[in-house]
Design a protein around this ligand. Structure first.
Ligand SMILES: NC(=O)c1ccc[n+]([C@@H]2O[C@H](COP(=O)([O-])OP(=O)(O)OC[C@H]3O[C@@H](n4cnc5c(N)ncnc54)[C@H](O)[C@@H]3O)[C@@H](O)[C@H]2O)c1
Length: 124
């Protein structure tokens, strides 16, 4: 039995912290993982790593991990809504979320609105 029997969703999953987190979910036996990023080629790399490193439960050693790779811009509410819609359509639910999308940028004031902060997350 995995520690993560539900559905994991990771943003920023094309590289760095998000990629490592998505792969860690697979290594812990999470069998349904949504990976999101603006970088499709990076998402494909992460998907390949998940397939390689997924460790199924002992009770079902031939099981594989289902991955949904969704190109998503987290600074765009419509894109985020589309991500959630795709995840729920494919898996019916989301249980664990890791928001790792982002990059280093200029400091924001504590007075900045959430929308302004989101718009400051640049893409590559
Ligand atoms: N690595 C560190 O030591 C460290 C320390 C403190 C904070 N952070 C913060 O954690 C976050 C992740 O760091 P990392 O080292 O994994 O960086 P990274 O650049 O390796 O990964 C960030 C990912 O986010 C994606 N991304 C960027 N903008 C996006 C957007 N608008 N929508 C969707 N995806 C987007 C990028 O394509 C990339 O794949 C960054 O915000 C960084 O500032 C990192």
């Amino acid at each position: 039995m995995s520690l993560y029997p539900g559905v994991a969703l990771v943003t920023g999953a094309a590289s760095g912290i998000g990629q490592a987190t998505a792969i860690s979910f697979a290594k812990e036996g999470c069998a349904r993982i949504v990976i999101a990023d603006v970088n499709l080629s990076g998402l494909r790399e992460t998907e390949a790593q998940i397939e390689k490193e997924y460790i199924p439960a002992a009770a079902d050693p031939s099981a594989s991990c289902e991955v949904l790779a969704a190109v998503t811009d987290v600074s765009d509410p419509d894109s985020v809504q589309h991500l959630i819609d795709q995840a729920v359509e494919k898996f019916g639910r989301v249980d664990y979320v890791c928001n790792a999308a982002g990059t280093y940028t200029t400091p924001l004031s504590h007075k900045s609105s959430p929308g302004e902060k989101a718009r400051r997350v640049p893409w590559r």
